[in-house]
Design a protein around this ligand. Sequence first.
Ligand code: PDD
Length: 287
Amino acid sequence: MSIAYLNGSYTPLEEARISPLDRGFLFGDGIYEVIPYYNGRSVGLVPHIERMIAGLAAIEIQNNKSVAEWKELLDDLVARNSDINHNLGVYVHISRGTDTKRFHAYPENVEPTIFAFCFAIKDPAPVDRNAVKTTSVNTTEDLRWKRCHIKSTALLGNVIHFQEGHIEGHGEILLYNADNVLTEASSSNAFIVKDGKVITPIQDNQILPGITRRIIIDSIKADGTLEIEERNITMDEVHNADEIWVTSSSKEIAPVTSIDGKPVGNGEVGAVWEKAFAIYTAAKFDH
Ligand code: PDD
């Protein structure tokens, strides 16, 4: 049975209850994280907590826990749920809290609502370009807001874009801005490979500063055998890339072999993906 954490108590997930006046419910006024644990070992736990604390500060939700206290809370929740599966994702969500009325302004003296639960996640993909599952994508203009660097629970913009891919049978949808420059995907970051070089969009307000993205960049740089660059990428470059990857805590590095109905490169998973995924896999628990 899944045990959830809600405001200091542990409860079976199905029995967890919040008020309909919670600002997370009414306004999507909150911050969230999804953190993977493989056999009890987390990936990027501290960076996830730091991003969450930065997000809370950015929208002025009070946070009374240190990084160490958050770490203890999440590790403990994973331990309590170890019977569900050997690999778990932890979803943690902090809303501004429950007001007495529906009023847009931030209320004063309201305790944030803290909610977390665990769910089963798959084993990591094999580091084998012939065995990994591939993804197809389509593309559309990014019509979300201009604060995509904040991991807000208000995900309707992302949800609409994800659905535009899903309804066409794709695992993701790549997004581009009004200048025809790649931003990210609806629930993941994006990378391309051209002539052996790994390239990913710069980190600004148009993308989520993904923890997986960060671990990939840092581990590739530390390894030193692949070239990696952060810069603007036009959609022409995306369509002519040798490889495309989408990355997130749940997908790790997912190779994309079809874009808008056409093959990416030769239509097969690339050698650079395999190299990068090997580097990432060797480094991920150190982050
Ligand atoms: N999604 N960009 C967007 C819009 C995302 O929603 C996510 C993650 C990422 C990748 O971030 P990270 O590597 O830190 O997981 C990029 C999560 C997993 C989700 O909403 O379920």
